[in-house]
Design a protein around this ligand. Structure first.
Ligand code: IVH
Length: 649
């Protein structure tokens, strides 16, 4: 074989593989494929300098790494708002049509797997990054290269992020678990965990063996000019990515409901697990106008499939103690397969619920599982009782530290601030993704650190040294150094992460951002009055902050001194200008993207809305302005072109 023939054979092999893995339509036999593949291998062994990046041999996982590094996404990976029924859909549609009345929608399945961002540079797969916290994920390029439905090279040469879900087909999931059972390994609870776990294997040959499949659902940074999402997606499929088993462009409530019914009824027949349908506004310009809330896009929503119910037996009730000391009962049930997922645990919420439903050990119960929600017991089949069922006694002491529990009726609370469970869970929370996003502080490690006496609170974490760690069971040099490195990298974090990591009751990610934006480092001196002026901060939250700061001021300052978070720019009141406090609508093509102009106006204190109404103060129009312009004229709304807008400023 010469170089030309080698290139030719690679082309042919990639066509075969595309038909097999992406189009589900094989055009050759395994035998022919294998024969060519081995010819390529032989050639590459003799001519290692000629190896092409898109050679199928480059997918074979033989890279073993000792940990993943973090990598930023080029643009944020968002999550989705969920709706569960027709009335949720109706409400979402009303809200969305208010922003723009002329939209259509693109619907496709919501795949139940692990999300993945692929960055292609100059037509070559450059990085594969897990979702992580949406801004930063883990770099798993080596593992991603083993996924056959991900092209190593594409015809598109400009920088592009292609986002999608990595899934394991239901059949493969069964096989993996059967194999794991045989080898006495713990089985995966569901295909989503199996997919996520397989992506994060340090040994890429393990990822390669798992038959992972990538289904694209969108793009991040890109230079594509398509005006419709559906066209953008068609282009992505043409680049060699796998199409969803079903998708539809639809208008209005009835069409959306009908495609939802079809997906729901056909979901058993698809190879992958679906947990709902995603509805997205199809016009890209409207998507840009609508923008995002703090967490989710306004132009898209996940319409979840209804839960599935199964009957099983309650074997045991175990007790968990959380970081606030709340003790929650968890039901352990006879393992039951619900739509491809083996369910072994169900939440019981609280002790009142056990009494109210008269749940007894040994009872036959109906459990309900919907998508990613923890299964719950919805009914006890009392008529199936045979007298052997046992009532569950409400505990009076903490199952972890043995101290007496405070009985608040619905909630039982462990009062002991040094209770192992409370400390361990607060540290895990402190390190979690929406807080300081520190890797390597899982339950097992934190338990060892606590039991050794080295770490009794989060501040102690930053006194850890290599010498101290090396004395602990199971801590080798590499693992210890990795932990110290991740602790070090938490320094200089965003200030809202710092606030969130304090674990103040009622203050989550969104409130932490609000506090950080409004008060910066002065948040510990904010008065109740000041806090209540902020959007989204209520009475209970403000009081909780005050109480927390009163008790923990010293610790907060000490921690802040250690972590040295970035001082956020406080939101300034916009200076006086003609647009401050006004409602503005944008339409037509402008000199800059509408997103940019929208942001500029918002910084000036304007509210930018998607549709014209009597409440609109200004319409700012570009070229090809259409129905919005006409409507604004008919309502006597002041209309400005871009130049007039700038003049006014
Ligand atoms: S769109 C701009 N489409 O669901 C919003 N997400 O609950 C980006 N997912 O993190 C998401 N199938 O990992 C979108 N067809 C689909 C999806 C999908 C599965 C996952 C995705 C996302 C999560 C949000």
């Amino acid at each position: 074989m010469n170089l030309n023939e080698y290139k030719q054979v690679i082309k042919q092999l990639n066509i075969y593989a595309h038909h097999y893995y992406v189009l589900d339509d094989p055009i050759t036999t395994d035998e022919i494929y294998d024969k060519l593949y081995h010819e390529v291998l032989d050639y590459e062994e003799l001519n290692p300098d000629d190896i092409l990046n898109n050679s199928p041999t480059q997918r074979v996982g033989d890279v073993v790494s000792d940990g993943f590094t973090k990598a930023p996404h080029l643009s944020r990976m968002w999550s989705l708002e969920d709706i569960f029924d027709s009335s949720g859909l109706e409400k979402w549609l009303i809200k969305t049509y208010k922003l723009d009345e002329n939209i259509t929608f693109y619907s496709e399945p919501k795949f139940d797997g692990a999300s993945l961002n692929l960055i292609y540079k100059n037509g070559e797969l450059y990085q594969g990054i897990t979702r992580g916290d949406g801004e930063v994920g883990e770099l798993i390029t080596q593992n991603v290269k083993t996924i056959r439905s991900i092209p190593l090279t594409i015809e598109h040469k400009e920088l592009i992020e292609i986002r999608g879900e990595v899934v394991i087909f239901k059949d493969d999931f069964q096989k993996i678990n059967e194999e794991r059972l045989k080898n006495n390994e713990a089985v995966f609870a569901n295909p989503r965990n199996a997919a996520a776990g397989s992506l994060r294997q340090l040994d890429s040959s393990v990822s390669a063996s798992r038959n992972l499949v990538f289904l694209p659902y969108g793009v991040g940074v890109n230079t594509l000019k398509h005006k419709l999402l559906s066209d953008k997606m068609s282009y992505i499929y043409e680049l060699g990515f796998k199409k969803p088993p079903i998708s539809r462009i639809c208008k209005g409530f009835d069409e959306i409901e009908s495609i939802y019914e079809i997906m729901k009824n056909e979901r058993d027949s698809y190879e992958m697990l679906l947990d709902g349908m995603v509805i997205k506004v199809n016009e890209i310009s409207s998507q840009i106008d609508m923008g995002y809330t703090v967490k989710v896009p306004r132009f898209s929503v996940a319409y979840k499939f209804p839960a599935i119910e199964k009957i099983t037996t309650l074997k045991e009730i175990i007790l968990q103690v959380g970081r606030t000391g709340a003790v929650t009962p968890v039901a352990i049930v006879e393992p039951t397969d619900i739509d491809g997922v083996v369910v072994e645990r169900a939440t019981l919420h609280n002790f009142d619920e056990i009494d109210r439903k008269d749940i007894r050990l040994g009872d036959k119960v109906i459990i309900l599982r919907s998508g990613d929600v923890i299964p719950k017991i919805i009914k006890v089949l009392t008529h199936e009782r045979n007298g052997s069922e046992v009532k569950f006694e409400r505990p009076s002491v903490c199952p972890v530290c043995g101290s007496e529990l405070l009985d608040e009726g619905v909630l039982l609370k462990c009062q002991n601030l040094s209770c192992e469970a409370r400390v361990v869970n607060s540290i895990i929370y402190f390190a979690s993704k929406p807080c300081l996003n520190i890797d390597g502080l899982g339950v097992k490690i934190v338990e060892v650190l606590f039991q050794s006496g080295l770490v009794k609170n989060v501040i102690d974490l930053f006194d850890l040294t290599l010498e101290k760690l090396l004395e602990l069971d199971g801590f080798k040099e590499k693992k210890s150094q990795n932990l110290l490195n991740s602790l070090e990298s938490a320094k200089g974090c965003d200030y809202w992460r710092f606030i969130n990591s304090l674990g103040i009751e009622h203050i989550g990610e969104v409130a932490s951002k609000t506090l950080s934006d409004n008060f910066g480092f002065e948040f510990i001196d904010a008065t109740k009055e000041d806090m209540l002026k902020c959007d989204g901060i209520g009475e209970e939250m403000a009081e909780s902050v005050l109480e927390f700061v009163r008790v923990n001021r010293e610790i907060i300052l000490e921690l802040q001194n250690i972590l040295k978070p970035k001082e956020p720019l406080k939101k300034e009141e916009a200076h006086d200008n003609p647009f401050k406090g006004k409602t503005v609508v944008l339409t037509g093509t402008m000199s800059k993207s509408r997103g940019v102009i929208k942001e500029m106006l918002e910084n000036l204190g304007a509210k930018v809305s998607g549709s014209v109404s009597k409440k609109t103060d200004f319409l700012i129009y570009g070229e090809d302005a259409g129905s919005k312009y006409d409507k604004a004229m008919s309502l006597d709304v002041k209309c400005l072109n871009e130049d007039e807008m700038r003049e006014l400023l």
